[in-house]
Design a protein around this ligand. Structure first.
Ligand code: ZN
Ligand code: ZN
Ligand code: FE
Length: 765
């Protein structure tokens, strides 16, 4: 036995559950290399006995041909001892390392599998077909390592044919953990008024009938239930709204294919790339033609996605519709329903049919949402297809648990230098969502072997995420082991500092920057509600350089739901009491007593907390233009304002700096003047957006002149406004600023936990 050399190759990254070991095996045998490959909890270890030059070539082929859903973060080559090997082997998974394993997100069904459905005798029309390149992953994993017994597929015993494929190295289903077929795998079950159908062809015909009749079906998917109906039937779409209980949020639609989407929305190259990627998010597009008026309540954006489960493809083969509504199967703000029992009890009597399946969902996942801004895909909601892929940081975040904020909550756990963001949890405002939060947090800590020693939450004392931190620390501190190891620590981080830090962490920045955080709500250190913030910050801390002027929010939270109150608050600041005599369209929709009452609340400061929120400013202008006086969902008023912007308008309004406060009184005075002109709404909306972008460049220039800071970090939900985000970045770029924005995590509160994690890591050090 002779060999030239012996090497070990340690590959880290997203390399498990994506067909990496068989890929390595096939490549090694193709190259006539001897050795072995095994999964470790911290990646993949390969042993190769060959000449150094052969090993180098092998590594470059690994990089070039890696499976589509894998992502290699690092490859380390180590010298090793020779072994007596006559072939290349795949070793079974070992669970000995306590280091992180990167579990693949769920992957859309691949084109090879779609072909197999037509020809493989045991998988003809089999709707749970999958292979090493596609199928469910995170949604079904219960424990490490990623092997079938540790997934919810454990209860399905592979048939002989599947087992042969599963154990045949040259088969595409080699070690595909969820492998299954018509004889041995999960099945659909259709329920309609006491009737049960299990034959998939019959099910599809029934689905077609019920959809064509304007029916609504609860369909179990990868990460939870969807509610499905014909997207072109307005009456049904309206009924769907009432089922979801007065929810005004736009509904996402699944389209047959990209060509069909193009009939209803603008799709550029970047958008097409996101739509067709294996992650299959919902992509927010510019709408051209309405599928039905009630889909997106007057907005000009359309949330579109393409089929990603075999069933979706089969359905579009059966029906003639261009698109179906496919919205989260939940009621109001409750979490997505993920099991058959709950679906039946919560939705029974409301929907017309159920399509269940018996592959259990372990980790609940909503559809992810992406918007292309400045030619880049930005995550608006990060869930299916993305979670639990970690984000690589430049900081040791091991053992840190960041609990996130309140709205659109995600939490984040640190492992080594990696941040693992949770799936989208939702608004932590009710018991059910909080339960989902604690369940998901438990599962995360178990799955990723994380024992937090450091917990970080928002500064807000009443957020349920803050309460979670408090309880967690209290519980762990009475645990004996932790007493021995010293107390678990808990810190709180200001909301907008966390926004800025989330973006800094993404871009691995750790220096003084101008952080511009524009959003709806965040608890300030002075107890006021912040949200139009200019922070000179690094990860260690911040200095509030400037902020939007404080205005009263008459009625507190009520003013968030009723933007007309904010319009009145801003108008009162600009004009005083005489504003009630102005002839303004939006005031005509209100009772005179209500207007009087709100004005007196503002004047006397009764139940009118002060805010510097950018969201409330956008609300006010939207209401003033009578676009949205009462908000049906989060950010409706700003979204409506954005949707009427005339991008050809370059004008701006004036604003005033009063010490460190940016005052918008001149803006409101000039808007009132502009409103005298006919058809001025689109122009006013544009001028207003331009003004906010100008405020940012104005402050940025001052900060650069005074402090020599040239890096500007833009974050907060307001920057999900495409026009504002692109205009601000362009103007800053023209002035030679370096501009950074969130891409991998949402700029909204869904990204907060990443910022909290980074700040905590710095503090601990
Ligand atoms: Zn496949
Ligand atoms: Zn089988
Ligand atoms: Fe925020």
């Amino acid at each position: 036995m002779s060999f030239a050399g012996a090497y070990k190759i340690h590959i880290k990254g997203l390399v498990q559950g994506v067909g990496f070991r068989p890929f390595i095996y096939r490549l090694a045998t193709e190259q006539n290399l001897k050795g072995w490959v095994e999964n470790r909890n911290d990646g993949v270890m390969i042993k190769v006995q060959a000449e150094y030059s052969e090993v180098e070539r092998f590594i470059s082929l690994v990089r070039a041909r890696a499976p589509v859903a894998s992502s290699i973060r690092s490859i380390r080559l180590l010298n090793s001892e020779g072994e007596d090997l006559d072939d290349f082997y795949i070793h079974r998974s070992n669970d000995y390392s306590e280091q992180i394993t990167e579990i693949s997100p769920d992957i859309a069904v691949c084109s090879d599998c779609l072909e197999d459905m037509k020809f493989q005798s045991h998988r003809l029309n089999y709707p749970f077909i999958n292979c090493t390149n596609c199928g469910p992953r995170f949604s079904i994993i219960r424990d490490l390592p990623y092997d079938r017994p540790n997934t919810t597929m454990h209860r399905f015993r592979m048939c002989k044919v599947c087992y042969e494929e599963y154990t045949d190295i040259n088969n595409r289903r080699f070690h595909a953990q969820p492998v299954a077929c018509n004889h041995c795998g999960p099945e659909y079950e259709y329920y309609q008024q006491g009737r049960v159908i299990r034959d998939i062809e019959k099910i599809l015909r029934e689905l077609k009938k019920v959809l064509y009749k304007g029916g609504i079906v609860a369909v179990k998917g990868i990460g939870g239930f969807h509610l499905m109906c014909d997207a072109t039937m307005d009456q049904t779409v309206r009924r769907l709204r009432s089922i979801k209980s007065r929810d005004q949020k736009p509904f996402a639609c699944m389209f047959r294919n990209v060509e069909t989407i193009r009939k209803y929305a603008n799709v550029d190259d970047k958008e097409e790339k996101s739509l067709t990627s294996w992650r299959r998010p919902v992509v927010l597009l510019k709408e051209l033609t309405k599928l039905s008026p009630s889909l997106n309540s007057g907005l000009d954006t359309l949330g579109a996605m393409l089929p990603y489960m075999p069933l979706h493809y089969m359905l579009f083969d059966e029906i003639d519709l261009p698109a179906v509504v496919l919205t989260s199967g939940n009621i109001s703000d409750e979490p997505l329903i993920m099991d058959n029992q709950t679906a039946f009890s919560r939705l029974g009597g409301l929907v017309d049919a159920f399509l269940f399946h018996n592959r259990e969902i372990h980790n609940r996942l909503d559809d992810s949402v992406v918007r292309i801004i400045d030619e880049e895909a930005r995550l608006i909601r990060r869930s299916r297809g993305y979670v639990p892929e970690p984000l690589q940081l430049d900081l040791d975040v091991d053992g840190i648990f960041a609990t996130g904020a309140e709205l659109k909550n995600c939490f984040c756990a640190g492992k080594d230098k990696q941040a693992i963001m949770s799936q989208h949890i939702g608004d932590l405002k009710n018991y059910e969502t909080y339960n989902f939060y604690t369940e998901a947090a438990d599962r995360f800590m178990n799955l990723f072997r994380i024992e937090p020693t450091y917990v970080v939450s928002d500064l807000h004392p009443d957020y349920l995420s803050t309460k979670f931190a408090r309880n967690f620390v209290a519980r762990k501190s009475v645990n004996k082991q932790n007493q021995r190891n010293g107390k678990i620590q808990w810190i709180q981080v200001q909301h907008h500092h966390a926004h800025i830090a989330s973006c800094m962490a993404e871009h691995q920045l750790d220096e003084k920057v101008l952080g511009v955080a524009l959003d709806g709500t965040g608890y300030g250190e002075d107890g006021k509600i912040w949200g139009g913030e200019f922070l000179i910050s690094d990860l260690d801390g911040y200095n509030r350089y400037a902020h939007f002027s404080y205005v009263p929010m008459p009625g507190g939270d009520k003013a968030v739901q009723e933007p007309w109150r904010m319009a009145l608050a801003f108008l009162y600041q600009s004009f005083g009491e005489k504003v009630s005599q102005y002839y303004l369209e939006f005031l005509k929709t209100r009772q005179p007593e209500d207007i009087k009452m709100i004005l007196s609340m503002i004047k006397k400061g009764i139940n009118s907390p002060l805010t510097s929120s950018a969201g409330r400013l956008f609300d006010a202008v939207s209401a003033l233009l009578n676009l949205c006086t009462e908000s049906g969902f989060d950010a409706e008023a700003p979204m409506k304002l954005e949707s009427v912007v005339d991008p050809r308008i370059e004008d701006e309004y004036n604003f005033e700096m009063r010490q460190d406060q940016i005052n918008f009184n001149p803006v409101f005075r000039e808007i009132i003047e502009d409103m005298q002109m006919k058809d001025s709404t689109r122009m006013i909306a544009a001028k207003f957006h331009n003004t906010v972008a100008r405020v940012v460049t104005f402050i940025a220039q001052r900060v650069r002149d005074e402090k020599g800071i040239n890096k500007v970090v833009l974050s907060g939900g307001t920057f999900q406004n495409k026009y504002l985000s692109e205009t601000t970045a362009r103007w800053l770029g023209d002035l030679n600023f370096e501009v950074y924005q969130n891409k991998l995590v949402p700029a909204n509160d869904g990204g907060i936990a990443l910022g909290q994690l980074a700040i905590a890591a710095k503090k601990r050090r």
